[in-house]
Design a protein around this ligand. Structure first.
Ligand code: SF4
Length: 250
C-alpha cells in the first residue's frame, strides 16, 4: 500500500514538474514574441518617420476650436470636402459662442455638403455651448473634459489634444489606422473596427512621445499606400516588416 502511494506521489511530482516546465517555456515564448513585436514596431516607426516626416492632419485649422469643428465634420466625409466647407465656415464663426448662438438652420446649410449635417450641426452647437458654459469659451485640454463634450469621442479628442495642443494622450485610430495596424500585425485583434483595442495595443508598442505622429503617419500610409481595396505592397516601405505583404486583398 505504502509503496503504491509513494510511486503515485512520485509520478504526481513528475507530472507537476513537467506542467510547470511547460508553463515556464510558454511564458518565455510569450515574452520573446512580445519583445520581437516591440522591436518590429520600433522599426516600423523609424520607417514611417523617414517616409512621412512631420506627418499631421490634412484638416485646415488655425486653432483648437477650428480643429475640433473640422474633426467633427470629418465623420463619414473626406478631409478635402471638410476643408472646402470650413474655408467659409471659419470666416462666419470665430468663437465657441458664435457656434452656440448660431441659427441652427443656417449652420446646417453651411455644413450641408459634409453629410449628416443635422446631427453634426446639433453636436457642434451642443459641444460649443458646453465649452462656453464650463470652459470659459476655450476648448479643454484633457481627455476627460473633451470626451465629456456632446458628440466628441476619443478619436476626436486625440486629434485635438495631439495636434492642437501637442499633448500625447492617445493614438488616433480611424479607419486607416485600424486597417493598417491589423495588416501589420500590431494588434491582437483582426477586427479593424475595434478602435479601443487597437489603440490600447498600439500604445503598448509605440513610445508616448510619438503617439500623435504615429497616428497621422499611419493615416497617410493608409491613404497613399496601404489602401483599403488595393494595398500597394510592391512599393510599400514597410513590406519587409509586414506579415500581410503576400496576402492578396480584395
Ligand atoms: S506590405 Fe502591403 S499590406 Fe503590408 S503595410 Fe505595406 S501595403 Fe499594407
Amino acid at each position: 500500500m505504502a509503496v503504491k502511494k509513494s510511486s503515485g506521489s512520485r509520478s504526481g511530482k513528475k507530472k507537476a514538474a513537467r506542467t510547470s516546465g511547460t508553463a515556464v517555456k510558454s511564458r518565455a515564448k510569450k515574452t520573446a514574441a512580445a519583445e520581437q513585436l516591440k522591436r518590429r514596431a520600433a522599426k516600423i516607426l523609424a520607417i514611417l518617420k523617414k517616409a512621412y516626416p512631420g506627418a499631421t492632419t490634412a484638416l485646415e485649422h488655425r486653432n483648437a476650436l477650428e480643429l475640433l469643428v473640422a474633426t467633427m465634420l470629418s465623420a463619414q466625409c473626406t478631409d478635402e470636402r471638410v476643408n472646402m466647407v470650413t474655408r467659409d465656415l471659419f470666416k462666419s464663426y470665430k468663437t465657441a459662442a458664435d457656434y452656440a448662438n448660431a441659427d441652427p438652420a443656417e449652420l446646417e446649410q453651411q455644413i450641408r455638403t459634409t453629410g449628416f449635417f443635422r446631427q453634426k450641426a446639433r453636436a457642434i452647437q451642443a459641444a460649443c455651448r458646453q465649452i462656453v458654459e464650463k470652459h470659459n469659451g476655450r476648448v479643454p485640454k484633457t481627455m476627460e473634459q473633451l470626451t465629456a463634450l456632446p458628440g466628441v469621442a476619443r478619436k476626436t479628442a486625440n486629434v485635438v489634444l495631439g495636434t492642437a495642443y501637442g499633448i500625447n494622450a492617445g493614438i488616433v485610430v480611424d479607419t486607416h489606422v485600424g486597417r493598417v495596424a491589423v495588416r501589420l500585425g500590431l494588434t491582437t485583434t483582426k477586427n479593424s473596427k475595434d478602435a479601443a483595442r487597437i489603440e490600447r495595443d498600439l500604445m503598448e508598442l509605440i513610445p508616448q512621445k510619438d503617439w500623435t505622429f504615429f497616428g497621422h503617419a499611419m493615416i497617410w500610409h493608409g491613404r497613399l499606400v496601404c489602401t483599403a481595396r488595393k494595398p500597394d505592397c510592391a512599393n510599400c516601405k514597410l513590406a519587409k516588416l509586414c506579415p500581410s505583404r503576400t496576402v492578396v486583398h480584395s
